[in-house]
Ligand binder design. Structure first.
Ligand SMILES: [Zn+2]
Length: 275
């Protein structure tokens, strides 16, 4: 796993640490005990390239690139500090900008945090009330009745703190709508043929936007393969979903684009609003 990249692709330090543990990748002391705070320090460290590799083989001679099977000569966890493979300046800067972006986002929306561990939680903290700007929370309705039980998203200001904070009514979104609506919005964005626009925008972009634009371009180029919903796509491309009303969701993407989707009751699904 490349830690800087995993972070820039939307994962948080808790999830990165969990995944390293699950993969059994040993740390300094050869035990696979990864903490979120360790990951955070690694992300801050300008000199650290962020490579955590399963060292199945290792390079004996960096000039000839001769590789040997690792029989325990090297720890399975490698920091490539024995040759000048310092993290690229741009990547490091992009990571710091992404950290600042997440802090500002959380402060602006009253979300607890921006990244949650696990694919079921990719929308957490990113669904925002179009009325008051607060984060939505996910609640379970009819928890005791298996037939009627469902998850819905509600404005926390309205439903936790009360009407004085947000006066919007009947403003909930069905949890099951989020992923399909997101995929429709992403496809709509890719259909806009933005590759030229994104390529031009790279000239003025800071290192974070530059990294993101490259990902949008890459996705657009391979967009035929985009079919099923994947949580990775949310982490990588979505900035926020603004709930305008029960049937209108505005998807803000990390390239700065906004795609508005309307629930289409008659066709079971979502379509972008034709203006
Ligand atoms: Zn609200």
């Amino acid at each position: 796993m490349q830690i800087n990249q995993a972070f820039l692709d939307g994962k948080g330090s808790v999830q990165i640490a969990e995944e390293l543990k699950e993969e059994g990748i040993p740390g300094w002391n050869r035990e696979s005990k990864w903490r979120a705070s360790t990951i955070e320090r690694m992300l801050e460290n300008e000199k650290y390239k962020g490579d955590v590799l399963m060292q199945k083989t290792y390079t004996v001679d960096f000039l000839t690139r001769k590789r040997m099977k690792n029989e325990g000569e090297l720890p399975m966890y490698l920091i490539e500090d024995n040759h000048p493979a310092i993290i690229e300046r741009d990547t490091w800067e992009a990571v710091q900008l992404e950290k600042e972006r997440r802090i500002a986002f959380v402060e602006g929306t009253g979300s607890k945090k921006m990244t949650f561990n696990g694919d079921d939680y990719v929308f957490f903290g990113k669904v925002i009330c179009g009325h008051c700007g607060s984060a939505f929370g996910r609640r379970t309705w009819h928890a005791n009745d298996p037939n009627a039980r469902r998850h819905v998203w509600l404005c926390k200001n309205r439903y936790v703190k009360g009407e004085k904070r947000c006066r919007v009514k009947n403003h909930h979104v069905n949890d099951l709508d989020l992923a399909p609506a997101f995929m429709q919005a992403l496809k709509e964005l890719l259909n806009q043929n933005n590759i030229k626009k994104w390529t031009e925008a790279k000239e003025q972009a800071d290192p974070l936007l530059n990294y993101k634009l490259d990902q949008f371009i890459e996705l657009a180029k391979s967009h035929q393969e985009l079919s099923d919903y994947q949580p990775e796509l949310v982490r990588r491309f979505l900035e926020r979903i603004v709930v305008e009303d029960k049937q209108t969701l505005r998807f803000h993407f990390l390239d700065g684009s906004v795609v508005e989707m309307k629930a289409n009751r008659y066709a079971e699904g979502w379509k972008n609003r034709i203006k």
